[in-house]
Design a protein around this ligand. Structure first.
Ligand SMILES: *[C@@H]1O[C@H](CO)[C@@H](O)[C@H](O)[C@H]1NC(C)=O
Ligand SMILES: *[C@@H]1O[C@H](CO)[C@@H](O)[C@H](O)[C@H]1NC(C)=O
Ligand SMILES: *[C@@H]1O[C@H](CO)[C@@H](O)[C@H](O)[C@H]1NC(C)=O
Ligand SMILES: *[C@@H]1O[C@H](CO)[C@@H](O)[C@H](O)[C@H]1NC(C)=O
Ligand SMILES: *[C@@H]1O[C@H](CO)[C@@H](O)[C@H](O)[C@H]1NC(C)=O
Length: 246
């Protein structure tokens, strides 16, 4: 009788400790899932030779028309409207208290599917290299410090350029990578672009984030996430099956 009770109590406990995690909003912090998603969508090896995230990156867009929050879970299909403005960035960890972290991070977004997934002749297209991202201590961390919102203390190296896949294209992958920022990154990052970030969008073509990370001592990404944007997308849904290389 006691044994039965113990087993029931344990299984209830087990459920209690699992259910909140499955229903938690920060699904992208599930590292096994994001690692599997990167391989399933061929981001490994198209963009990275390998991917071993240590923490999660949560990405929150705001639809400028409806003002709805749009949270990126790996592989979600978003519209150009939903991704028109730069997102809010958070980091999350199940085993580390990030709220006291003094680390500074770099965040990059690249599109390996420009001009189209079938004709990536302009890839990678560089959408963003933000730097100087630190824990925003003006905001209360949630879940005992496991998820912290970031704020940038310096301006971006390469400003956010909104996703704009051409008409008729299949959805493009937009790959988000987070790196620990080396002390001299502001200089080495600029030096990579030969000392000046040219105006216009042409310089963003034929980018190679792996090469950039190697040249600027960023090392391997510590976190990553990705979403799709289609020119005609009008719905938010998981779209692995829509990816033409599956
Ligand atoms: C991980 O992926 C599985 C299968 O796709 C899903 O059922 C589960 O909810 C995901 N977990 C998290 C934390 O996102
Ligand atoms: C971050 O810096 C503050 C102030 O220098 C220090 O008190 C704190 O211990 C540091 N946190 C970590 C995790 O090293
Ligand atoms: C944060 O980044 C944005 C975009 O580059 C920039 O306009 C802003 O000035 C930055 N904030 C600080 C404190 O530098
Ligand atoms: C910087 O200039 C060198 C020499 O002209 C060139 O080989 C290299 O591609 C340039 N780098 C970038 C990122 O434009
Ligand atoms: C990107 O750069 C890395 C490191 O320099 C290199 O191994 C890889 O072949 C490059 N990828 C492409 C598509 O040029």
């Amino acid at each position: 009788m006691l044994l039965t009770f113990t087993i029931l109590a344990l299984s209830a406990l087990g459920k209690a400790s699992i259910l909140p995690r499955l229903s938690a909003p920060h699904t992208s912090s599930c590292l096994d899932n994001v690692t599997a998603a990167f391989e399933k969508a061929h981001i490994v090896p198209d963009v990275l030779p390998s991917f071993n995230p240590k923490i999660g990156v949560d990405v929150l867009f705001t639809d400028p028309v409806t003002r709805d929050d749009v949270e990126v879970v790996p592989g979600i299909l978003l519209t150009t409207e939903q991704t028109d403005q730069p997102p809010v960035w958070s980091l999350s960890s199940e085993d580390r208290d990030l709220s006291s972290s003094n680390t500074t991070w770099v965040i990059a977004i690249v599109d390996p599917d420009a001009l189209t997934p079938q004709d990536p002749s302009l890839a990678q297209f560089l959408h963003f290299i933000g730097q100087g991202f630190v824990v925003d201590r003006s905001l209360a961390p949630n879940e005992k410090g496991s998820t912290v919102q970031l704020t940038n203390v310096t301006s971006a190296l390469v400003e956010f350029f909104h996703p704009s896949p051409p008409a008729g294209s299949d959805p493009h992958r937009y790959v988000i990578l987070v790196y620990v920022q080396p002390a001299d990154f502001e200089e080495t990052g600029l030096a990579y672009f030969n000392g000046t970030i040219p105006p216009g969008t042409t310089f963003r073509q034929h980018f190679n984030v792996t090469d950039f990370a190697a040249q600027t001592a960023l090392g391997n990404p510590v976190a990553g996430n990705f979403f799709f944007v289609g020119p005609d997308a009008d719905t938010s849904t998981e779209v692995f099956n829509a990816f033409p290389f599956n």
